[in-house]
Design a protein around this ligand. Structure first.
Ligand SMILES: [Fe+2]
Length: 181
């Protein structure tokens, strides 16, 4: 057990502040790389979509993603550190999977769209987890401006996920109608 004088940077809650700051910056660099990687992949996903509805939803999310990249740069600025990405193996894998899904499904099919939605939702969920963690860490570190920016993006990611679910549900209805003909 540590004596009181040996507590160093640990707060009353038992967290090591410098460790949390390191974790925050590491996660920030990870999601920055991930967003930039995703921005490069989204046009291909939009192009591959069968329905206009899905295509425009992905294009809209590309615009959002570009704003999110800019917002992350603002977060770096609040910490007064250089804007730099760190390769995110998870996003690289998720994007790779989405490319495979495109190749494995027929052009112009609803199955293609279902596959794109599946890939896109896996990506959204990764981002939601990352932004949730980052927002909480920013709040804990007392960086309210970073927490506000990250919360804004977190809301956008959650909305994008809901929208994808709505599109997927509309497909189920369409397929059901087709079966009745
Ligand atoms: Fe994003």
């Amino acid at each position: 057990m540590k004596k009181q004088g040996e507590k160093n940077q640990e707060t009353q809650t038992g967290f090591d502040e410098s460790g949390l700051k390191y974790l925050f910056l590491d996660e920030l660099k990870d999601i920055y790389w991930a967003e930039k990687h995703l921005a490069k992949a989204l046009p291909k996903m939009a192009k591959g979509a069968t329905s206009e509805e899905l295509r425009s939803a992905i294009q809209q999310h590309l615009t959002e993603t570009e704003n999110q990249i800019h917002r992350l740069e603002q977060v770096f600025n609040t910490m007064d550190i250089k804007v730099v990405g760190k390769k995110c193996e998870a996003m690289e894998g998720l994007v790779e999977e989405s490319k495979n899904m495109l190749e494995e499904t027929a052009d112009g099919s609803l199955t293609r769209d279902a596959a794109i939605i599946s890939s896109a939702q896996k990506i959204e969920h990764y981002e939601i987890a990352s932004y949730g963690t980052l927002r909480t860490l920013a709040t804990h570190l007392g960086n309210t401006e970073a927490a506000r920016l990250l919360e804004e993006t977190l809301k956008e990611e959650k909305n994008a996920d809901v929208k994808l679910t709505e599109i997927a549900e509309s497909f189920v209805n369409e397929s059901a109608k087709a079966e009745k003909v």
